[in-house]
Design a protein around this ligand. Structure first.
Ligand code: AHG
Ligand code: MN
Ligand code: MN
Length: 352
């Protein structure tokens, strides 16, 4: 693939031209600092400084007798320090209960999942870091958590680093998405492609099917129809993938299409699914929309949701627009009053 430069040249191009100068500078600074942290984390992930098992639990001791941290706490330290250096105003992390005010003069607020896919650390599968950048709002000065009471639509930038066979950065500033790959010989992120779009044709879905019995009937029906393949109402065969790291499942969808679902289900505590709005669903939804796809909670656009609490969960259906819309139809068809209306039943109306 043709190379168009580096992260630095991308940040100095017109990608942030619609954003006020101070915020644009702050976004560029935050992403530059996070890229440094991501480089450190990727080196840590790729070499054995943690004495083999990267997923060791916090509180355990390494062979030197030092306290050994879980990788997600190491990631938290790296990214919090990076964003503090960048002078961001408000900071919200999956790893920290309370949002913080880093710099009262800062003009942006950053929400972050420092280490996504923790359960994959010890199995050498891709893991990542997801971030979401908002303009700082005055309400956040007195109470930092309030800086994050903005709909995802307000994001200035969002993206994720993925530590896999390649360390990559997928990022948007609201004008399409960009794919950059780390050149580990130079330590720079190289721009590989701008304007990545989700291919529409891929018949592939991602869902943790072990939760089938807990799902709402709408999701069961959607997946049933995929599983029936060429013999069912969809008239085509589907493939299934579930890495279990949102970054990896999303990356695959941005590159080759498909759909990802983490619905709300009947398990206690999973009524709103598993994923967190502020640092998982919002940034992935922004990327999805910017790559020609869509993201909903099953029915409504994720980016329109006004958050009520920093760590709230939200169901997430994300991928190519036609598939996300189809899932929406399944949700709506099963809601009264249409659920018993045979003419408007879900099957047969919604072939590709
Ligand atoms: P985290 O490691 O930050 O807690 O996130 C894990 C998330 C997400 O990456 C993934 O899509 C999902 O949890 C997997 O959930 P299940 O283990 O329920 O399949
Ligand atoms: Mn996560
Ligand atoms: Mn995490």
């Amino acid at each position: 693939m043709e190379s168009h430069g580096t992260l630095e040249t991308l940040l100095n191009s017109d990608v942030l031209s619609g954003t006020p100068d101070a915020a644009a500078e702050a976004v560029a600074g935050a992403i530059t600092q996070m890229a440094e942290a991501a480089l450190s984390l990727s080196v840590l992930v790729a070499t054995p400084p943690l004495h083999g098992r990267l997923g060791a639990h916090a509180g355990s001791a390494n062979s030197d007798g030092d306290g050994q941290k879980k990788l997600d706490l190491i990631a938290e330290d790296l990214f919090a320090a990076a964003l503090r250096r960048a002078g961001v105003a408000a900071y919200l992390s999956e790893e920290v209960e309370e949002a913080s005010l880093f710099d009262a003069k800062g003009v942006i607020a950053v929400a972050i999942d420092p280490l996504d896919g923790s359960s994959n650390i010890d199995v050498n599968a891709p893991i990542g870091t997801i971030f979401s950048i908002f303009p700082m709002i005055p309400e956040g000065l007195a109470e930092p958590a309030h800086a994050f009471r903005q709909p995802g639509r307000n994001q200035l930038a969002a993206g994720f680093f993925i530590y896999g066979p390649q360390t990559s950065l997928v990022v948007t500033f609201g004008k399409g998405i960009h794919l950059l790959v780390l050149n580990d010989k130079t330590g720079t992120f190289v721009l590989v492609e701008s304007g990545v779009t989700i291919p529409a044709e891929q018949a592939e879905y991602a869902i943790n099917a072990s939760n089938y019995r807990h799902w709402p009937e709408s999701v069961q029906s959607y997946i049933d129809d995929c599983v029936k393949g060429a013999d069912g109402p969809r008239g085509r065969n589907f493939n299934m993938r579930w890495v279990g790291s949102l970054v990896a499942d999303s990356y695959r969808i941005f590159m080759r299409g498909g759909i990802f679902l983490y619905p709300g289900d009947k398990r206690p505590g999973y009524e709103q699914g598993r994923l967190r709005l502020m640092y998982e669903a919002n940034p992935i939804a922004f990327l999805a929309e910017q790559s020609g796809g869509a993201a909903t909670d099953g029915v409504d656009n994720i980016l329109d949701r006004v958050p009520h609490s920093p760590h709230q969960r939200v169901p997430l259906v994300m991928g190519s627009t036609d598939k996300v819309e189809r899932v929406r139809q399944y949700y709506l068809d099963l809601s009264p009053p249409t659920r018993d209306a045979p003419l408007f039943g879900r099957r047969g109306l919604l072939r590709d």
